[in-house]
Write a protein that binds this ligand. Structure first.
Ligand code: TA6
Length: 296
């Protein structure tokens, strides 16, 4: 269902039941909302988010492509998150997870200007699928459609902002003992200790070659987010904490307490595609009640 969002921007509303729903803006191909069967919002979206190109939307699931962060010559996190995507009328076949159908296929192709800064023709297709159990699946397919015979290389992330009740009560499981690059220490490489990740200060780490399943346990809400990823080796964990938050104008000063970014990503080993080749990267999110309680 196509609808008008904030500032008249087009959005697609996916609905599975009265409350189970998701919203995707064509601006950025950006998922801004994901609600469970009780109508509770599962993604963090900043109340100060600016829904106005070229400023990317703060919260939800920004797409970082063709460059994660400032790891190259492009603007930080690339340009896919601040371009207007189109609905893809004839996507190549892909299995659907939702029944009844609640999915949309989007496509992004480079503009003339994009080709000046990143001279590679591509088709970036993304399906957003809201399943009957409320799970949200994003499947990206990126194809090199260049006629010049040249390969291209990119890095990528689903920069997902989860909504959490209290960041200091949250723990992340699945990243223990892994190597990571610490973005707060010149991307130096370290090894994580054996315990689940907890939060008491700013964090900006790129965990390398992680398992395909990561869990975010929200003790206070008694909710666990399960992140499953495919084709995306790494996982970025980010929370700006108090000081950094104050430097981010479209983020409320106290919002860091209620958000956590856990991002399925391909960073350490960039993806290279020859003409005609396609890469696929899949993210599946589910939110389940958890029996986890402190001390267990
Ligand atoms: O994924 C973490 C990160 O790259 C951080 O370094 C932080 O700057 C964040 O993304 C947000 O970036 P943005 O460009 O959206 O302000």
């Amino acid at each position: 269902e196509l609808a008008k969002g904030i500032n008249g921007l087009d959005k697609i509303v996916l609905r599975q039941s009265r409350f189970r729903s998701a919203e995707v803006y064509l601006y950025g191909g950006h998922v801004t909302s994901w609600k469970n069967e009780n109508g509770e919002e599962l993604l963090y979206l900043s109340s100060k988010a600016i829904f106005k190109p070229p400023k990317p939307i703060r919260g939800g699931i920004p797409l970082c492509f063709p460059q994660f962060s400032n790891l190259g010559t492009l603007e930080s996190h690339g340009f896919a998150r601040n371009r207007i995507w189109e609905v893809d009328a004839s996507p190549p076949p892909l299995p659907t997870y939702s029944s009844p159908n609640a999915f949309v296929d989007l496509i992004l192709r480079p503009t003339e200007d994009d080709l000046k800064t990143w001279p590679h023709n591509f088709e970036f297709r993304m399906r957003v699928d809201l399943g009957s159990e409320g799970e949200l699946t994003l499947t990206s397919r990126i194809r090199n459609t260049s006629a010049d015979g040249k390969p291209f290389t990119f890095t990528f992330a689903y920069h997902t902002y989860f909504s959490v009740s209290d960041i200091s009560e949250v723990r992340v499981e699945g990243l223990e003992t892994l190597d990571y690059l610490d973005n707060l220490k010149n991307r130096e490489r370290f090894t994580e200790q054996g315990d689940a990740i907890t939060f008491e200060s700013e964090i900006d780490k790129i965990y390398l070659s992680t398992p395909t399943k990561i869990a975010i346990l929200d003790h206070e809400k008694k909710r666990t987010f399960v992140v499953r990823k495919d084709g995306l080796a790494d996982a970025v964990v980010w929370n700006p904490w108090d000081k950094k938050s104050k430097t981010i104008s479209d983020l409320g000063d106290e919002d860091y307490k209620h958000m956590l970014c856990v991002e399925a990503a391909a960073v350490e080993r960039p993806i290279t595609l020859k003409p005609g080749e396609e890469w696929k990267g899949r993210l599946e999110l589910s939110a389940v009640p958890s029996s986890y309680s402190s001390g267990q």
